[in-house]
Design a protein around this ligand. Structure first.
Ligand SMILES: Cc1cc2nc3c(=O)[nH]c(=O)nc-3n(C[C@H](O)[C@H](O)[C@H](O)COP(=O)(O)OP(=O)(O)OC[C@H]3O[C@@H](n4cnc5c(N)ncnc54)[C@H](O)[C@@H]3O)c2cc1C
Length: 284
């Protein structure tokens, strides 16, 4: 099993160009579990490209004029949950704090969360709510996709052989944002349902993205439009009757399944509760 530990983005892309089916390894917190549980085939011929030492992937920058955060795919959730990133994207920091344990977060990357594309990936509803884009690169060039188009199904992405996720571009909104999750306990838990709500005062928009309640993360468009029209933006106030209907519309946007973690009915109920809670917090 040849392992290349890439020291630069060019080296990583060139190795992937030569071995398009190589296994990309970032923090390894998903990959190693899959290998240990034999959900992923490992053979002597498998090429592995470790990208956790690529400086271009490990870094982030802010363009305040464009109100945009460039987050390298190799930035860990440990960094996202801490300052200064936590103040720039509070909802992503809140989601990061719910990922595994501090030890997991020290290794787990944003790019790895996207690469796995589990419907329960905690960072993904936040990226979807913020209208983030994913930058993909290969030896043939670069392309950018909205995160909603990058995630195509349960653990399925738009990534092509030979491509690397290099970064996520996250718009910096002007408004409240938050993430909340329901699990069987308060820590070290995969979400039964998760939700990110973000508001943007200049565009008077409300965004709500749901995790763990559909094959991939979904936006609750009807709930978003209903709330945006009903909110008193001048006085930053929420009419009393809005919250209940917002929760109902959020639940209607979900298409959950029964599984070992929860029933579909419980998940729908949880989505309504999370949506109501987040909207109330946003305007309290
Ligand atoms: C104990 C434990 C608890 C966990 N708890 C949570 C939780 O609460 N919430 C949650 O969301 N997740 C959780 N996870 C899952 C995991 O930590 C996250 O999904 C994490 O973000 C994965 O990042 P990584 O860098 O470790 O990815 P890796 O395991 O290295 O890679 C994951 C996938 O992404 C691909 N990949 C990685 N980087 C790139 C790249 N730059 N370009 C292209 N493909 C790439 C890999 O090939 C692989 O398919 C947990 C895992 C463990 C072991």
């Amino acid at each position: 099993m040849p392992v290349l530990v890439a020291q630069s983005l060019d080296a990583a892309l060139s190795a992937l160009g030569d071995h398009p089916d190589a296994l990309v390894l970032a923090g390894g917190t998903d990959v190693m579990v899959e290998i240990n549980e034999q959900h992923r085939q490992v053979s002597a011929e498998l090429d592995v490209g470790a990208v956790n030492r690529v400086p271009e992937l490990r870094s982030w920058t802010v363009d305040q004029a464009a109100r945009r955060l460039h987050l390298g795919a190799g930035v860990t959730y440990g960094e996202v949950e801490s300052e200064p990133l936590a103040s720039l994207v509070p909802a992503l920091a809140q989601a990061a704090r719910t990922v595994g344990s501090p030890q997991i977060r020290a290794a787990a990357t944003v790019g790895g969360n996207l690469g796995t594309c589990s419907p329960a990936g905690d960072g993904l509803p936040v990226l979807a709510a913020l209208d983030a884009t994913v930058t993909l690169a290969s030896t043939s060039g670069e392309r950018t996709l909205p995160v909603s188009e990058f995630m195509v199904g349960v653990k399925r992405t738009a990534l092509r052989p030979g491509e690397l996720i290099t970064a996520v571009e996250v718009p910096l909104l002007d408004g409240w944002q938050g993430y909340a999750k329901v699990g069987v306990r308060n820590a070290m838990v995969i979400a039964i349902a998760g939700a990110c709500l973000a508001t943007d005062r200049p565009s008077r928009s409300v965004r709500l993205a749901l995790g763990s309640v559909a094959p991939t993360v979904v936006r609750a468009g009807a709930a978003e439009q209903f709330a945006a029209a009903a909110i008193d933006w001048e006085h930053h106030a929420l009419p009393d009757d809005v919250v209940e209907e917002f929760g109902r519309l959020a639940a209607a946007a979900s298409s959950p399944i029964d599984d070992h973690r929860a029933t579909a009915a419980y998940r729908r109920h949880a989505v309504a509760v999370l949506a109501r809670r987040l909207l109330t917090r946003a305007f309290s």
